[in-house]
Design a protein. Structure first.
Length: 120
């Protein structure tokens, strides 16, 4: 698994509310700005929002609901990893060897680096 020393709490510290992120994602989905940075930001924020939802559902919902949320979060995380692999910031081999939790940890690590650039 990808090294995740601080976990989700550190990754999502001071992140916008999930509802605000969903609104941002929905707006960008219909009028998506072009360019690799804008496309990556969309994928990253979508994967992070879905990961946060999955974390919440795991803590509060039935296993069936949590499983659906986790599956959706993993798919979004895999999408981000695939995008990063295609654009040179993650190797395809690394993406192929990762498991579901590795993909979600990758999203957290990347979100933390993006949202908190002064913190390494």
């Amino acid at each position: 698994m990808i090294n995740e020393p601080s976990g989700p709490d550190a990754a999502y510290a001071n992140a916008p509310e999930v509802g605000a992120e969903i609104t941002w994602i929905a707006q960008r989905a219909t009028s998506r700005p072009t360019g690799p940075e804008a496309d990556r930001e969309f994928r990253l924020r979508r994967a992070a929002a879905l990961d946060r939802i999955a974390l919440h559902e795991t803590a509060t919902a039935t296993p069936l609901v949590a499983t659906e949320a986790i599956t959706t979060a993993v798919r979004a995380a895999e999408d981000l990893a695939e995008y990063d692999a295609e654009h040179g910031s993650l190797t395809f081999r690394g993406a192929e060897l990762a498991g579901a939790e590795d993909f979600r940890a990758y999203v957290r690590e990347e979100y933390r680096a993006w949202h908190h650039p002064q913190v390494s």
